[in-house]
Design a protein around this ligand. Structure first.
Ligand SMILES: CCCCC/C=C\C/C=C\C/C=C\C/C=C\CCCC(=O)SCCNC(=O)CCNC(=O)[C@H](O)C(C)(C)COP(=O)(O)OP(=O)(O)OC[C@H]1O[C@@H](n2cnc3c(N)ncnc32)[C@H](O)[C@@H]1OP(=O)(O)O
Length: 209
């Protein structure tokens, strides 16, 4: 990643808190991966009522521990660890950024069982999530202030498979005042286009939510 990437002016970041990369040990990535596996299993298993009850009690016990460590937005490491899949956020697709500079961003990963839509393909709603987060990173790497997505237009060209390595890459097409126009393409490793997407992100005014 380039030195300049993301070195923009935070006073123009609307009402957002200032996000800075989080410093975590390997235990955090281990926990996130364990939770992702839990998500995969939660949507792909049919345990007996007795096992379900036992699991519910154990997960509730884990929640009781975590509740005591809640902090405000911008402070948990989730979403702020660039080296982890999905930047360490369970919401994000578990993809790893491999290029991040003003010329564009590229990320690689798989859709997992958790992301299943139907008949073995990724759920259609998970692709806009992947693209939208990419657009946030692209405009950040370009040095644009935090902006919100005004529109996002996605073309589903081919079925997006699960558990298959895929690549997403995109860049800023042009900037017009507060408006940043961005596009990105999702491909398999043979270069087949699975989806492409373009979006408008509008720079927030001071204090804008
Ligand atoms: C986390 C980082 C940790 C550190 C690690 C380092 C790096 C991390 C990397 C990256 C960080 C990752 C992510 C980035 C984080 C956050 C990104 C947040 C993204 C979102 O959270 S996304 C949520 C969904 N998103 C919304 O929730 C938007 C709801 N909405 C609004 O908030 C308003 O709607 C708004 C603000 C969009 C505009 O409103 P407004 O009043 O300010 O401006 P206005 O309407 O005047 O539009 C100005 C000009 O845009 C044109 N325009 C507007 N909309 C258009 C449309 N749909 N089509 C065509 N043109 C459009 C107008 O026509 C005019 O154009 P013109 O000036 O030429 O006339």
């Amino acid at each position: 990643m380039s030195e300049e990437a993301g070195q923009d002016e935070y006073e123009h970041h609307g009402g957002f808190p200032k996000y800075v990369p989080a410093d975590v040990g390997p235990e955090f990535g281990r926990l996130v991966e364990a939770l992702r596996t839990l998500q995969d299993l939660a949507v792909s298993t049919a345990p007996s009522p007795e096992v379900t009850l036992d699991l519910a009690e154990r997960v509730e016990a884990i929640n009781d521990v975590l509740k005591t460590f809640q902090v405000p937005e911008g402070q948990p490491p989730a979403g702020r660890v660039m080296t982890l899949p999905g930047r360490g956020s369970l919401l994000m697709l578990p993809w790893t950024v491999e290029k991040f500079d003003a010329e564009g961003v590229r990320s690689r990963g798989v859709f997992r069982r958790f992301h299943l839509g139907g008949n073995g393909a990724a759920h259609g709603g998970t692709l806009p999530l992947l693209f939208d987060d990419m657009f946030g990173m692209i405009q950040h790497a370009y040095g644009r202030p935090i902006s919100r997505t005004a529109y996002l237009h996605i073309n589903y060209r081919k079925i997006t498979p699960l558990d298959t390595e895929l690549v997403i890459e995109g860049s800023v097409d042009r900037v017009e005042g507060r408006k940043t126009f961005i596009s990105a393409v999702l491909k398999d490793t043979e270069g087949n286009v699975l989806a492409d997407c373009d979006a408008l992100m509008v720079q927030l005014l001071k204090g804008q939510p």
